[in-house]
Write a protein of this length. Structure first.
Length: 117
C-alpha cells in the first residue's frame, strides 16, 4: 500500500508537458548488465555510494537520467536474524543524456568506488 506521503503527485498540465526519460527504452538492459556482467564491481558501489557495510550485497533495481536505485541486503545480525533490505537512490554527478552516457557514468562510479574501497 502506498500512502500519499510516499508518492509525489503531478498535476495534469505538468504531466502533459513532461519529457520522456532518455533511458526509458534501455533501462532494463542497463540494469540487467550491471547486475550480471558487472556484479562484482557493483558491490563496491553498494558499499561506497550506498553506505553499506562490507558484508552487504546489492543490485541495481532501476536507472534513469538522474541516477539509479539500489536494493541492498544488509548482513544478518550476530544472533542469526536475517538482515534488512535497504533501498537507496544514488544520483549521477549530472543528468545523463543517453544509454552510452549512463553506462559510462555507472562504469566511472564503479572505478571510483574500487579506488575508495
Amino acid at each position: 500500500d502506498w500512502s500519499s506521503d510516499e508518492c509525489s503527485w503531478v498535476d495534469a498540465e505538468a504531466y502533459q508537458g513532461a519529457e520522456v526519460d532518455p533511458l526509458s527504452e534501455c533501462a532494463l538492459a542497463i540494469v540487467a548488465d550491471f547486475n550480471t556482467k558487472y556484479y562484482a564491481e557493483l558491490q563496491g558501489v553498494v558499499r561506497v555510494y550506498g553506505g553499506a557495510p562490507m558484508s552487504s550485497t546489492g543490485v541495481v533495481t532501476w536507472v534513469d537520467r538522474l541516477g539509479f536505485d539500489l536494493s541492498i541486503c544488509m548482513p544478518e545480525s550476530p544472533d542469526g536474524e536475517a538482515g534488512a533490505v535497504r533501498n537507496v537512490r544514488v544520483p549521477f554527478e549530472r543528468p545523463v543524456i543517453d544509454e552510452t552516457d549512463a553506462r559510462s557514468a555507472l562504469t566511472m562510479m564503479t572505478h571510483l568506488a574500487w579506488k575508495q574501497a
